[in-house]
Design a protein around this ligand. Sequence first.
Ligand code: HEM
Length: 222
Amino acid sequence: MTAYDVESGDQVHPGKPVTVDRYTAGARVNHWITAISLVLLALSGLALFHPSLFFLTGLFGGGQWTRTIHPWIGVVLFVSFLGLFFRFWHANLWKAEDGTWLARLRDVIGGHEERLPEVGKYNAGQKVVFWSMSLLIIVLIVSGFLIWDQYFAPYSTIETKRIAVLVHALAAIAIICVWIVHVYAAIWVRGTIGAMTKGQVTGGWAWRHHRKWLRELVVGKK
Ligand code: HEM
């Protein structure tokens, strides 16, 4: 039986060093389309958020273009994230050891991973990021449609739109914060970026940070 967090394509290759396949090419392309969309959304959204940031509209060909393009990029992000969601939701299910991991965040930051439970494909921090992104993207797409007057103006009242604008801005600020945590963690844990660029990590990286997942892969190989 395959473990809950082993995804198709995950595989160990013996050698010096041992390498482990973590993401297929499809998953990586899917991820980077999502990442580029979110960066473009943050830039175009911030441009519309406050007059002091209006200069950012210059990146998109002016104010009107920014207003036109922003919701469409939102649709791209939503569809693209849906792809990531269906690829990764199973490996992000919450397990008993995740609570212990979170409770010992001090050891995570202090670099004492030996004091923590063995981690599957994703640690509790990654799971929190995953589910926060999923929830916030739903809030953003729903509130975004409510204020996309070009096509949907008649479908909601002005009062609803006022609430939607506020909710949209708050969710956007939240997802930018989650995104900063995600990128910071990806850089901070050395050897992680390669997972999303080359699709591979070293056996040492997997042993240190995701030992349960590595064990599952090795046992599966037998
Ligand atoms: C633009 C900068 C970004 C960088 C440098 C980056 C980097 C990475 C890296 C290195 C991983 C692999 C982590 C691992 O396997 O342990 C990863 C996974 C992932 N990334 Fe990103 N990412 C970025 C943006 C985004 C955005 C904008 C989203 C979604 C809105 C996103 C969603 C995900 C998801 C869902 C995973 C799988 C991990 C999980 O399910 O918990 N990433 N990213």
